[in-house]
Ligand binder design. Structure first.
Ligand SMILES: Nc1nc2c(ncn2[C@@H]2O[C@H](COP(=O)(O)OP(=O)(O)O)[C@@H](O)[C@H]2O)c(=O)[nH]1
Ligand SMILES: [Mg+2]
Length: 332
C-alpha cells in the first residue's frame, strides 16, 4: 500500500511558518498604506501558515487509500501488520487538525483585523503558539503513520484473477521446496511482514490461467490451539483468499512429525478453510515402510505422491490445481 511521506510536527510547522514568512516578505514590498501594513502582513502570515499546514495534512489524507474499499484480504493484512483501528484513528487525528487549523485561521485573521496595528504581531505570535500546540498534539499519530508507511510499503500483490492455493503442513515437510518446484516458470517469491517470517507467493501460468501459491512459514504448520491472536487473524486473512489448500504430508516422517499428528493438523485445516484440499505425500524417496504409509494414504481423497526435491510428481500437482480453475470465486 502506498502511503505518502509523513512529516514530524516540526517539519510540518517549519514548512508552514517558512512559507508564511516568504508571503509576508512579498507583502512588505507591496504598496499598502503604511498604517495598514503591519496588520495586513500579520494576517497574511497567520493565514499562510494555517493553509500550508492544512494542505500538508489534507494531501496525506487524499493520497491514502481507503482501507474499507480494499478487498478483504488487504483489510485483514493491514490489520495484522499495523492494526486497522490504529490506522483509522491516526488518519482521523489528521482530519481533526485540518478542521482546527481552518477555525484558527478565521479566528485569528479576524482578531488581527479588529485589533490595533501595534497589537498585530502579538496576536500573530499567539496564533503561532496555538498552531504549534495543535500540531504537536498529533505527534504519536504522525509517528504511527510513518511506521505504518514503512510496514506497508511492500504488500503482497495478490492477483484476484488467479486461482489461489494456500500451502499447509508441519515444518520441514517440504512446503518451500514444493513451492519453488511448482512455480519454477516464474520464480517470483517475495517476503512480506505478515507473519513472523513473512509470506511467500509463487506464481505460475498454465493455459492462460494464472495461479498463485501462498506459503506462510510458521503459520499453517502446527495445531490451531497453539496460535496467538495475531496468527489467528493472519489465518482469517488467508481464508479470504484460499480457493484450494495444498496440504503437504511428510510421508517419510524424517521431519520428526508422526503421520498421525500430521493427519490431525490436516483435519483441522480442512475444517477451518472449507475449501477443497489437495493432499500431497512428499519425500516418497525416503519412505521405508509403505504398508504403514498406506494406512494414511487411504484415509484421504486422491492423494498425490511426490518427491519435491527431485521434482517427481510435481506435474500431477499442477494438473490437479488446474481442475480448480473453474471453481467459482469466493466472495473476497
Ligand atoms: N529427501 C527429500 N528431501 C526433501 C524433499 N522435499 C524437501 N526435502 C528437504 O526437506 C527439508 C525441508 O524442506 P522445506 O521445503 O524447507 O520444508 P518446509 O519447512 O515445509 O518449507 C529440506 O532440507 C529439503 O531439501 C523430498 O521430497 N525428499
Ligand atoms: Mg518453508
Amino acid at each position: 500500500m502506498f502511503l505518502p511521506t509523513i512529516p514530524t510536527p516540526e517539519e510540518a510547522l517549519d514548512k508552514g511558518f517558512n512559507r508564511a514568512k516568504k508571503a509576508a516578505n512579498k507583502a512588505r514590498t507591496s504598496k499598502i498604506p503604511h498604517q495598514l501594513k503591519s496588520k495586513r502582513i500579520e494576517e497574511i502570515r497567520v493565514r499562510t501558515a494555517c493553509q500550508v499546514i492544512q494542505e500538508t495534512f489534507k494531501s496525506i489524507l487524499e493520497k491514502t487509500p481507503q482501507v474499507e474499499q480494499m478487498p478483504l484480504f488487504y483489510q485483514d493484512y493491514i490489520d495484522v501488520v499495523v492494526g486497522v483501528d490504529q490506522l483509522k484513528k491516526s488518519l482521523g487525528a489528521l482530519n481533526w487538525v485540518v478542521g482546527i487549523l481552518a477555525k484558527l485561521e478565521g479566528q485569528y485573521a479576524q482578531k488581527i483585523r479588529r485589533g490595533s496595528p501595534e497589537s498585530a504581531a502579538k496576536i500573530r505570535r499567539e496564533a503561532y503558539g496555538r498552531i504549534s500546540s495543535v500540531v504537536n498534539r498529533i505527534r504519536d499519530e504522525l509517528e504511527f503513520l510513518d511506521y505504518a508507511k514503512a510496514r506497508l510499503r511492500n504488500m503482497p500483490t495478490v492477483d484476484f484473477e488467479a486461482v489461489t492455493a494456500v500451502i499447509a503442513g508441519f515444518p520441514n515437510v517440504g512446503k518451500s521446496t514444493l513451492l519453488r518446484q511448482i512455480t519454477t516458470a516464474e520464480p517470483k517469491v517475495a517476503d512480506y511482514p505478515f507473519t513472523t517470517t513473512g509470506i511467500q507467493i509463487g506464481h505460475l501460468e498454465r493455459k492462460w490461467q494464472k495461479y498463485q501459491i501462498i506459503d506462510t512459514p510458521g503459520l499453517l504448520d502446527r495445531p490451531i490451539d497453539d496460535m496467538n491472536t495475531i496468527e489467528l487473524n493472519a489465518m482469517v486473512a488467508l481464508e479470504h483468499l484460499a480457493e484450494v489448500v495444498l496440504y503437504i504430508f511428510d510421508a517419510s516422517e524424517t521431519s520428526g512429525y508422526p503421520l498421525e499428528n500430521q493427519f490431525i493438523l490436516y483435519e483441522s485445516i480442512k475444517k477451518i478453510f472449507e475449501v477443497p484440499i489437495i493432499c500431497i505425500f512428499n519425500k516418497m524417496d525416503l519412505v521405508e515402510n509403505i504398508n504403514y504409509l498406506n494406512e494414511y494414504i487411504h484415509k484421504v481423497d486422491e492423494p498425490i505422491l511426490v518427491t519435491a526435491s527431485e521434482g517427481s510428481g510435481i506435474s500431477q500437482v499442477i494438473d490437479k490445481l488446474e481442475e480448480f480453475k473453474d471453481v467459482e470465486k469466493r466472495n473476497r
